[in-house]
Design a protein around this ligand. Structure first.
Ligand code: HEM
Length: 426
């Protein structure tokens, strides 16, 4: 017989508003106060378990104990992820769909993405030379929108670029249903889903012939475990599950630039292009800066873990931000210090900006390698290919905004390419 211990508990009525008010550090603060990787609380009008730290993350990714179906709040689905996509699937259905995503992530495909990205960066930088100043975050969103669509085989006319970038960004910028701009998010999702759905129809009836290695082709023709094509709506949701988050990497690029400006001693270490130091810098940006605050799942059964009883069908949140800032895992967790990755003992459950565990067998982010690649290319651009001035601006970021960004969105003036000779290659 298992011995039960009382799970640490946050008392009081519903804490949802407090979570929003305190923002990213909410769960870590409680875990530290109670000295625990798991505690019970009440959020979204229901009892919930909060898991964090290495052991909490390991438990969260045990698919025999947790499922994703109905875990994510509907308002978030209606803007951020869409409905019936890979995020909401479990078991064999998830495995099949996730394989479809991971089949796009070969080194060759990542190289193709890199080449597109470098070209678009370079073209934009040329344009910036004639501008007084630029807002880097806005510019990078557009660069990434062009890159993502072309890489995914999604045709995009020049006159559609601005609107498409704005609509894609609305999906991750206007996710919080308490914000007055939430409706813009739902509107953008409807527009984008209709657009991609038409493209899937055109691929299927032969009017449009994207390259066979592209997302649009692969997803349009993917057959599931029982040999069925995806519904057009679902195929559209999944194509957007590739394009949207590639554009969202712009948030990390804004933070990369913020780090270069605020930590000049660390920036100085980026002497040798492509060196390990670049990797450490990118990893530390992903660890240090807030992006995904938490992830939700639901228990599939009653079970006991570390002596604590868990009840079936209970909402469970994984504290992503707090695990990346957990002082039990990271020395001087609140310092930006890329060199910590020099002797980092790699674990799939301690460094989880894009989820933990396995990419194929679990829900860990399908685009983690793309993200790292894109960040490396952009870091190289900022350090080695551009010169710019940094006018006085507000570089702070607000820990109660989901997702958050440096307030100024990073303003550069006097932008020049340091290697304009590359022009002839474009
Ligand atoms: C911008 C930086 C990114 C961050 C911070 C991020 C973060 C995350 C997180 C936290 C999850 C959930 C993990 C879980 O459910 O346990 C996730 C899932 C996912 N991400 Fe990302 N992601 C990023 C970029 C990308 C990119 C570039 C792509 C695609 C090209 C992508 C595609 C996906 C997909 C398809 C899933 C669902 C995986 C599944 O449910 O099995 N993400 N991401």
């Amino acid at each position: 017989m298992s011995h039960h211990t009382q799970m640490p508990k946050e008392t009081g009525l519903d804490h949802s508003l407090k979570v929003l008010k305190e923002g990213y550090p909410y769960f870590l603060k409680r875990r530290e106060e109670m000295d625990t990787d798991v505690f019970e609380t009440t959020i979204l009008g229901q009892k919930a378990y909060c898991l964090g730290g290495e052991s909490g993350a390991e438990l969260f990714y045990d698919t025999s104990k947790f499922k994703r179906d109905k875990a994510m709040p509907k308002p978030v689905q209606k803007v951020l992820t869409g409905q019936h996509g890979v995020q909401s699937l479990d078991g064999k259905k998830h495995e099949d769909r996730k394989k479809m995503f991971m089949s796009l992530m070969s080194p060759k495909e990542l190289d193709r993405l890199t080449t597109l990205l470098e070209n678009y960066w370079y073209q934009s930088a040329k344009k910036w030379e004639s501008m007084d100043q630029i807002v880097l975050y806005d510019e990078v969103k557009e660069i990434l929108c062009r890159t993502a669509c072309e890489w995914a085989g999604v045709p995009l006319l020049e006159e559609e670029v601005k609107d498409t970038t704005r609509n894609l960004a609305n999906l991750f910028e206007k996710t919080a249903s308490i914000s007055p701009s939430y409706l813009q998010g739902t509107h953008s999702r409807k527009k984008l889903e209709n657009w991609i759905k038409k493209l899937v129809q055109q691929v299927r009836n032969g009017e449009l012939k994207p390259e066979e290695n592209t997302t649009l082709y692969v997803f349009s023709w993917h057959r599931d475990d029982i040999g069925k094509l995806m519904d057009e709506d679902v195929a559209a949701v999944e194509v957007l599950n590739i394009i949207r988050p590639i554009v969202a990497v712009a948030i990390y690029i804004a933070f990369t630039a913020q780090a270069l400006i605020q930590y000049p001693n660390e920036a100085e270490k980026l002497i040798t292009k492509g060196s390990k130091q670049y990797q450490y810098f990118v990893q530390e940006v992903r660890r240090f800066y807030p992006f995904f605050p938490f992830q939700a799942a639901i228990t599939t059964k009653d079970f006991t873990w570390n002596g604590y009883p868990f009840k079936k069908e209970t909402l469970t949140v994984l504290d992503i931000y707090g695990t990346n800032h957990d002082p039990k895992i990271w020395e001087n967790a609140d310092q930006f210090f890329p060199d910590r990755f020099n002797d980092w003992k790699e674990s799939p459950f301690s460094f989880i900006p894009q989820g933990g565990g396995d990419h194929l067998g679990g829900h860990r982010c399908a685009g983690e390698w793309i993200t790292i690649k894109v960040m490396n290319v952009c870091l190289d651009f900022l350090v080695n290919q551009l010169s710019f001035s940094v006018p006085k601006q507000d570089l702070e970021f607000n820990l109660t905004k989901f997702p958050t960004l440096p307030n100024s969105k990073i303003i550069f003036s006097n932008v020049k390419r340091t290697k304009p000779v590359l022009d002839s290659n474009l």
